[in-house]
Design a binder for this molecule. Structure first.
Ligand code: C5P
Length: 409
């Protein structure tokens, strides 16, 4: 787990309640700490029956609070009254898992344990992940409490469906750590630099059908595009991710799955109206089979020739549309080059009318396709050139989003 810039200097309270799903919260605490968040953990009495506070202490590196009556337990915070100090210091209060009992207390404004009293004193954002068994979630009382909390501005993570601890099948499961982390990022980013902006990001290599079972494609994994989408969500943007890759989308992105260059072109044109930026990280096929065979192409003895035709250049279509409508306000392209990186890239920037062009040298084995790292040169329309040495695709995504933010400001 690498550091997440969004968590730098941020203090998160993780409240855990007595649900069987509390074991998953130990993993969440561990990942939050690895990602760089400073954690204060509050356990309810019931939570301690399932997991010992020591488990949380060991993985979080921070204090674990549970006793409302221990005034000295303020973990170095300015107030000696733990709940006030915790509530004032927090950037986010996450309650995961949240039981029906704690939801009822929060909705009713009860304050009879450290978690409920802290929630009442806190002014920060509140993110709640309910987890419970059987019909408890569906019960009108629980649903009414969730509605009350939603109306007051709390963010609720939908419980997942599946096998519950009782053996019943139904809704009430606590999502796994990556999903919980995704929700935490989305909520923490909400009032970020790009809040109010719609960004369209494309990712992955398009697939051009040859016949019902075969296609032409390329080695793009989509990882860089997905990392850009995540960075945009961290910055508070509304993100439409147009993807030809089979990766799990970041929480908060609205996903449009496409396959061919033609379907990507249609999706881009559909979504760029009113958009602040388009980031074309996808590796779009330049050529596609001229004819798509209706039946599977049969083997023949000798060689097989396939006539190819040019596929639409999406950025050129976007350039024309932008000249007419003003949208997208910013356009960013990518260039994968195996020679004369900067010359070829700056030619593309001008030809395609881009504000930024991110060029990567695909001849290196530790950067570019499929791997988690990349090394790029970012060119802008003023002739500026910024080299980023080998780093994570997440860090490059964050840099691109920062530049887009700068252009929009
Ligand atoms: O010209 P080249 O294919 O190298 O340009 C790469 C950039 O153009 C990328 O941003 C890619 O997403 C975009 N592109 C496109 N339509 C194509 C081919 C590439 O929009 N048919």
């Amino acid at each position: 787990m690498t550091k997440i810039a969004l968590f730098e200097d941020k203090r998160i309270i993780l409240g855990v309640c007595g649900s069987i799903a509390v074991y998953k919260a130990v993993d969440l605490a561990s990942k939050l700490r690895q990602a760089g968040a400073q954690l204060d953990i509050i356990m309810t009495e019931a939570a301690q029956r399932f997991v010992s506070p020591l488990s949380f202490q060991a993985v979080s590196g921070g204090p674990v609070y549970s006793d409302m009556w221990r005034a000295e337990a303020s973990g170095g915070l300015p107030s000696h009254i733990a709940h006030i100090a915790l509530a004032e210091a927090a950037d986010l209060l996450v309650i995961a898992p949240a039981t029906a009992n704690t939801l009822a207390k929060l909705a009713g404004g009860f304050a009879d344990d450290l978690l409920s009293v802290t929630a009442l004193a806190a002014n920060c954002k509140l993110l709640i992940a309910p987890a419970m068994d059987g019909g408890m979630l569906e019960h009108p009382a629980t649903q009414a409490n969730l509605e009350t909390l939603r109306r007051r501005g709390a963010h609720i993570i939908e419980p997942e469906s599946g096998r519950l601890a009782s053996g019943l099948i139904g809704s009430g499961r606590l999502p796994e750590t990556p999903t919980l982390l995704g929700h935490i990022r989305r909520v923490m980013g909400l009032d970020g630099e790009l809040s109010g902006h719609k960004l369209v990001v494309t990712a992955g290599g398009t697939r051009e059908a040859l016949d019902p079972v075969r296609y032409l494609s390329n080695r793009s994994s989509g990882k860089q595009g997905f990392a850009i989408a995540q960075a945009a969500i961290d910055a508070g943007a509304e993100v439409v991710l147009i993807s030809a890759a089979d990766l799990p989308p970041p929480v908060g992105a609205s996903l449009a799955r496409v396959d061919s260059a033609e379907s990507m072109r249609a999706a881009v044109l559909e979504h760029i109206s009113q958009s602040s930026a388009l980031i074309m990280a996808a590796a779009v096929a330049d050529y596609r089979p001229r004819d798509v065979a209706k039946q599977k192409i049969k083997k023949s003895d000798a060689s097989l020739s396939l006539p190819l035709e040019r596929s639409p250049d999406i950025l050129m279509v976007v350039k024309a549309q932008r000249e007419q409508t003003g949208y997208p306000m910013i356009a960013v392209g990518f260039a994968a080059e195996s020679e004369n990186l900067v010359e070829n890239a700056s030619g593309k920037l001008r030809k395609k009318g881009l504000d930024l062009l991110v060029a990567n040298d695909i001849s290196a084995s530790d950067a570019g396709f499929a791997v988690d790292t990349n090394r790029v040169v970012v060119l802008d329309m003023d002739g500026g050139l910024h080299r980023i040495d080998l780093t994570s695709k997440a860090a490059i995504g964050a840099y691109i989003i920062e530049r887009v933010g700068g252009l929009l400001a």
